[in-house]
Design a protein around this ligand. Structure first.
Ligand SMILES: NC(=O)c1ccc[n+]([C@@H]2O[C@H](COP(=O)([O-])OP(=O)(O)OC[C@H]3O[C@@H](n4cnc5c(N)ncnc54)[C@H](OP(=O)(O)O)[C@@H]3O)[C@@H](O)[C@H]2O)c1
Length: 264
C-alpha cells in the first residue's frame, strides 16, 4: 500500500531533499508537495518516475481549503517552512501551524496520524548544553532570535492541539551539506543518523537529517508522539562554512532591525 507524505516547504533545502529521498527510497511512496511556485517545485524533481508520484498544491499557506486538499489523503504532514532569515515580527511558521490545525479540524476524517515540525535545537537549549558553551548559545539565540521565537510559537500551537492530532518536533543543531573528511563515506540511508531525545550534536548533515525525519514520519508506534527529538549524524560531518556569515548577518539584524529589509 502506498504511503503519502504531505510536505509544506517542499522547495526549501530540507523540504526538497526530503522529497527526493522519500521518492528514491521506495517506489510505494507519494508526495503531496505544497509550494508557492509550481515551476520552482518542478525544478526540485529530477526524474520522470518521481514527478509522476508528486501531486503539486500551489498557493498560499492562508488558503485553508488548499491545505485541506493537500493533507486529506496524506499519511503524515511535514512542516518544513522557514522565513528568509532573522526577520523581526515574523510569524510564518506559527501562522502555518494555526492554519494547519484549522484545516485538520474542518476535515471529518483525516488519515494522517502525525504532524512533523522541522524545528531546531536552538528552541530547546537542553539539547545543546553538552556540546555548547553558554556564550555560544547566547550568540546563537540572538542571531536567530526571531526564527526561534516563531518556531517556539508554532510548537505551542501544535502542543495545544495534540489531542486532535499528535505532533513531533524534530530538532537538529546546525546542518551541513558536507559529509566530512572520509572520502569513502557515500550517502546511504543505512546507519547514518541517530535520533536522540537528549543531545543534538554539531553539525548534522542534511542527508542524515532528512532520513531522521523520514524515520519519525514512518514510525507506526507512538514512540515520537508529542516529543522533541534531535537528529545526529553518526559519521563525521564537516563544519558548515556558511554558518559564521549567517550568524553574523543574524546578529546585525538583531541589534539593527531597521536594516532587515535591506539585508534580506
Ligand atoms: N538549515 C539549517 O541549518 C537548519 C538547522 C536547524 C533547523 N532548521 C529549520 O528547518 C526548517 C527549514 O529550513 P530550510 O533550511 O529548509 O529553509 P529554506 O531552504 O529557506 O526553505 C524554506 C521553505 O519555506 C517556504 N516559504 C518561505 N516563506 C513562505 C511563505 N510566505 N509562504 C509559503 N512558503 C514559504 C520556501 O518557499 P519558497 O521556495 O517559495 O521560498 C521554502 O520552501 C526551518 O524551520 C529551520 O529553522 C534549519
Amino acid at each position: 500500500m502506498s504511503f503519502c507524505y504531505a510536505i509544506f516547504g517542499a522547495t526549501g533545502t530540507i523540504g526538497s531533499l526530503l522529497m527526493q529521498e522519500i521518492l528514491s527510497c521506495s517506489s510505494n511512496t507519494t508526495v503531496h508537495a505544497f509550494c508557492r511556485s509550481r515551476e520552482k517545485l518542478l525544478k526540485c524533481i529530477n526524474n520522470e518516475d518521481h514527478k509522476a508520484r508528486v501531486k503539486i498544491f500551489e498557493g498560499s499557506l492562508d488558503d485553508i481549503e488548499l491545505l485541506q486538499n493537500c493533507i486529506k489523503e496524506a499519511n503524515v504532514i511535514v512542516l518544513a517552512i522557514a522565513p528568509k532569515g532573522n526577520i523581526p515580527n515574523n510569524h510564518l511558521v506559527e501562522n502555518t501551524a494555526k492554519n494547519m490545525i484549522k484545516a485538520v479540524q474542518s476535515l471529518k476524517n483525516i488519515k494522517a496520524n502525525r504532524i512533523v515540525l522541522v524545528s531546531s535545537a536552538g528552541t530547546e537549549h537542553r539539547f545543546m548544553h553538552a556540546n555548547s558553551s553558554a556564550l555560544f548559545l547566547a550568540i546563537l539565540d540572538r542571531a536567530l532570535f526571531h526564527v526561534y521565537r516563531d518556531l517556539e510559537a508554532a510548537e505551542k500551537v501544535l502542543r495545544a492541539n495534540e489531542s486532535l492530532i499528535p505532533s513531533t518536533y524534530v530538532k537538529p543543531s546546525a546542518l551541513s551539506h558536507n559529509f566530512g573528511y572520509n572520502p569513502y563515506r557515500k550517502p546511504s540511508a543505512k546507519n547514518v543518523f541517530k535520533l536522540d531525545f537528549q543531545n543534538a550534536n554539531f553539525p548534522c548533515s542534511y542527508f542524515d537529517f532528512v532520513h531522521g525525519v523520514m524515520e519519525v514520519a514512518d514510525e507506526k508506534s507512538d514512540l515520537y508522539e508529542n516529543k522533541s527529538v534531535a537528529t545526529n549524524s553518526i559519521g563525521k560531518v564537516s563544519f558548515p562554512i556558511e554558518a559564521p556569515v549567517q550568524l553574523f548577518v543574524g546578529l546585525v539584524v538583531f541589534y539593527l532591525p531597521f536594516l532587515c529589509s535591506w539585508i534580506y
